[in-house]
Design a protein around this ligand. Structure first.
Ligand code: FEO
Length: 166
């Protein structure tokens, strides 16, 4: 049986993953309507991945005798100051997600819930990849430096980044 405190922490994580999916979706719409089709595709795929992260947690909570919450999601910002701004926000967001996951892991150790601790290791590893990906993209954008031709190539090549990440 899931400890009440762990259930609450997991439900908060469910909300955060759902909110992540929502945020990536808003960014995808912005990218698609501002001429960044490759980036839009990358972000739509990522929104779907975040939804899967949410579902995986929900199923786990229910399997362990808890009840997963279905989160109310807030509207996400839909206007951005450019592609660099989008990925800066992504890095900040993923850093917050990592902190939240670390907090869940910490609570698992304190309450000796080693099953949930083990389950959460998948998320710990996933966050390393997600933060690394955001940093790599920001490095590429810094190299492009706002040059239109370079941004065009960036938008084309981001699909390959996605493929190597999967
Ligand atoms: Fe599922 Fe990007 O955190």
């Amino acid at each position: 049986m899931l400890h009440q405190q762990i259930q609450q922490a997991l439900n908060e994580q469910i909300t955060l993953e759902g909110q992540s999916s929502h945020a990536y979706l808003a960014m995808a719409v912005w990218a698609e309507t501002n001429g960044f089709d490759g980036t839009a595709s990358f972000l739509y795929t990522h929104a779907e991945e975040e939804r899967q992260h949410m579902l995986k947690l929900m199923r786990f909570v229910n399997e362990r005798g808890g009840v997963a919450c279905v989160p109310d999601l807030n509207a996400s910002a839909q206007t951005f100051d450019g592609i660099g701004h989008v990925f800066q926000l992504i890095l900040e967001h993923e850093t917050r997600v990592t902190a939240s996951i670390n907090d869940v892991v910490d609570q698992c150790l304190k309450l000796k819930d080693y099953t949930t601790h083990n389950f959460m290791q998948w998320y710990v590893a996933e966050q390393i990849e997600e933060e690394a990906m955001a940093r790599k993209i920001l490095d590429k954008l810094a190299l492009a430096g706002g040059d239109k031709g370079a941004l065009y190539l960036f938008d084309r090549d981001i699909m390959n980044l996605e493929a190597t990440h999967a």
